[in-house]
Design a protein around this ligand. Sequence first.
Ligand SMILES: *Cc1c(COP(=O)(O)O)cnc(C)c1O
Length: 221
Amino acid sequence: MPSVLERIKKIQSDISQQQTDFAISPKIIAVSKTFPLEHIKPLVDLGHIHFGENKVQEAEHKWTTIKKENKNLKIHMLGKLQTNKVKKAISIFDFIHSVDNKKLAEILKKYEHELNKKLSYFIQVNFADEKQKSGLPASDVFSFYEYCKNDLKLNVIGLMCFPPFGVDPTNFFKEAYQLNQKIGLKELSMGMSNDYLQAIKLGSTYVRVGSAIFGERKSNE
Ligand SMILES: *Cc1c(COP(=O)(O)O)cnc(C)c1O
C-alpha cells in the first residue's frame, strides 16, 4: 500500500498536470479527521501546510501542541460548528468553511474580538437544497455575504460547497464558481477525494482531500 507521502505527492503532481483556465495553483487541504497524529506527522514534517478537521475537540487535542512548534500550519474547520464551541474554534482554527447562518456569524465576530484574532471564512452553500445538509440556499448567499462583510467585518474569502453523494458534481461546481465570481470572491472550497481534479478544472482554489491521502476512514463522517 502506498504511504501517505507517496499519495500526496501523486495528488500534487496530478493537480499540477491538470490543465485549467485559472492562474492560481490550488491548495490541498489534507483532511485528517479521525486519523491520529502519527499518521499525519509525516506530512507535517514534509512541510505540508493545510489540514482539515470536522470536530472542534478532536482538532484541539490533535493540533494545539504541534501548531506551536510549526507556526506555518493552517488548520481548517470543515464540519458543522455549534455556537457553544465557537470560542475554542477561534483559538484553534485559521479557516472555517461552514459559515451558514447569522447567529453563528455574530458569535464568530464576538469571539474574534474577545480573542483578538481574525480568521478566514467560507460561506457554505447547499446548492442541491438537501434538507439534512448544512449550508445556505444559493438565493440567500449574497445578502448573507453582505451582512458578514459589512456589518460584522468578517474576512469572508469564498464559498464552500459539498455536492450530494453519488451524482455528477459538475453542475454544482459550475454553479458555485459562477456565484463566487458574481459576488467577487477569490477563493473557492470544492472538490474531495473523488472529484478534486474536476473541481480544479472548474475553478476550485482549495480542495479538501481525506481518504485519497490517509486511506479509508473507519467511521463514515
Ligand atoms: C470528510 C470531508 C472531506 C474529505 O472527504 P474525502 O472523501 O475523504 O476526501 C471533505 N470535505 C468535508 C466537508 C468533509 O467533511
